[in-house]
Design a protein around this ligand. Structure first.
Ligand code: F6P
Ligand code: MG
Length: 479
């Protein structure tokens, strides 16, 4: 049960004009149908195999297809959300089921009446329970979104290579070392580099495969690559963050990841700059993935490992066509691959769970919390161990839309609400930076008049990924 609730209604599909409604009616059934297609494709490939195990896999695949079909049916007919059952990890079913029981008491335990955030987490959790059920053992390591994640990453080759070359040119010039606090020129160079790289990391979040149901591949690529001016940044705390970062000394920074592929790549570019090109400000970056298939494109440990190996795999990125890479591009990507592997081995980049952790294996509270239904205002109560771990960090960067929704409890806040107010009891516990392109209705922290301006400019501004908010909340001295 939530321990803290915002003083405004939570987003829910019961509101017909909301993105929650559109998601429930349109996007989720499309996403689930895509999973069915993926299973059918694998089954088709195995259909003529004489191997007994593969035949069993086909039978289990058919079972899964039926069960996912039932899930779509329940959703379309606004059935009650069934309590979650199963023994597969993560160990969070009590959290889901107690919240579900509380919602049932309020008559909000159906697909359209439940808070959107809860229903959406429930959907991905339920999907994983089907995949990990004892009746489908040959599918336990199946990531239904894997092939989509890989192909979108492959088609991001040119954007990734351009960024890799920029980063490599900073490496060739070597770290900037201000002589002292008064070395204005050196600090200004660092500020400009930090802002450019943090901005690339922000817009990397425009890549989100769950949006592919409403945008084309090309539209998403345009969102990633368009040089955006300040007008698209509806809240810009970058300067405040820089003031914070430049005061750090051999610090730990945490990255609560969002999406695989291009976004993860931009995250690692930022991590690289922090540990190697800033003057001893940061010594390690702790990287937090998810443990189950989540909101289509979110990073799991295997996606992280795959991205590192893909960078130096000569057969991965195209050699010709629009995304074809040149020798220079490949050299830059290879250099990154080598350095990032070394950073992982040295612990400068540290995944919060072992990189070889498989789906369904024990990840512990620190990793499991990210796929619980809870908003982050409840983190201190629900995940005290994670709280004390994050309190060792000098900056926790939350990437993306879903993390933002969880930070602000996915409520219909007035847009002028201070970010720190919307964080509820999490405010001040550790320094928080959220880098989010707007892909859902909730938004806070806007100055007077911004909502009115942008509403006239683009009616879909809250959800189409063209706008972004950069929000920073420092740690309270007393925390
Ligand atoms: O399904 C809705 C949603 O949560 C949106 O908020 C957003 O479009 C997407 O899924 C997740 O976005 P992100 O990958 O940025 O968290
Ligand atoms: Mg995501």
């Amino acid at each position: 049960m939530p321990h803290w609730l915002p003083p405004y209604p939570l987003c829910s599909a019961s509101q017909k004009e909301s993105f929650a409604y559109e998601s429930t009616v349109k996007r989720w059934p499309i996403i689930l149908t895509g999973v069915v297609d993926e299973i059918a494709r694998i089954n088709h490939e195995l259909a003529h195999s004489t191997d007994e195990k593969e035949q069993q896999k086909v039978e289990e695949g058919k079972k899964l297809i039926n069960q996912i079909g039932e899930l779509v049916y329940e959703m379309r007919h606004d059935r009650e959300l069934k309590p979650l059952e199963g023994s597969a990890l993560p160990n969070d079913l009590d959290l889901y089921n107690s919240e579900l029981a509380a919602l049932a008491e309020k008559g909000q335990n159906r697909w359209f009446s439940a808070p959107w955030l809860f229903a959406e987490c429930y959907l991905y959790r339920r999907l994983h329970l089907l995949i990990s059920s004892p009746s489908t053992p040959r599918w336990h390591l199946f990531d239904p979104f894997q092939s989509q994640k890989v192909s979108t990453w492959r088609s991001s080759a040119s954007g990734a290579a351009a960024l890799a070359k920029s980063l490599q040119s900073l490496h060739s010039a070597g770290p900037v070392q201000p002589k002292d606090k008064e070395d204005v020129k050196a600090w200004e160079k660092l500020r400009i580099d930090f802002l450019a790289i943090a901005e690339a990391c922000l817009w990397g979040n425009a890549t989100d495969l769950s949006l592919l149901t409403s945008l084309s591949h090309d539209e998403i690529k345009t969102l990633q690559s368009v040089e955006r001016g300040q007008a698209f940044l509806l809240k810009n705390d970058f300067q405040k963050v820089w003031e914070h970062v430049k005061g750090l000394k051999e610090a730990r920074v945490d990255l609560v990841l969002d999406n695989s592929g291009f976004e993860l790549f931009t995250d690692l570019v930022l991590a690289d700059w922090l540990v190697s090109l800033s003057p001893s400000l940061v010594k390690e970056v702790v990287i937090h993935p998810k443990l189950v298939p989540w909101f289509v494109s979110d990073v799991q440990p295997h996606d992280f490992v795959f991205l590192l190996s893909s960078l130096s795999d000569p057969s991965f990125f195209p050699t010709s066509g629009e995304e074809g890479l040149s020798t220079d591009d490949r050299e830059a990507l290879n250099a990154l691959a080598k350095r990032w592997r070394q950073y992982v081995d040295e612990g400068k980049f540290r995944l919060s769970v072992p990189e070889e952790l498989k789906m369904g294996e024990k990840g512990g509270e620190i990793a499991e919390f990210w796929t619980a239904p809870s908003s982050f205002c409840d983190l201190p109560v629900v995940a005290p161990q994670l709280l004390s771990d994050l309190q060792k960090s000098s900056l926790v960067i939350f990437k993306g839309d879903l993390n933002y929704r969880k930070l602000v409890s996915d409520a219909w806040w007035p847009t002028a609400t201070a970010f720190s107010d919307a964080l509820g009891p999490l405010a001040g516990k550790f320094p928080i930076l959220s880098l989010r392109t707007c892909k859902a209705d909730t938004v806070v922290g806007l100055d007077e008049g911004v909502e009115e301006r942008v509403q006239k400019e683009d009616e879909a501004w809250r959800r189409n990924g063209k706008y972004a908010v950069v929000s920073f909340c420092p740690k309270d001295a007393s925390a």
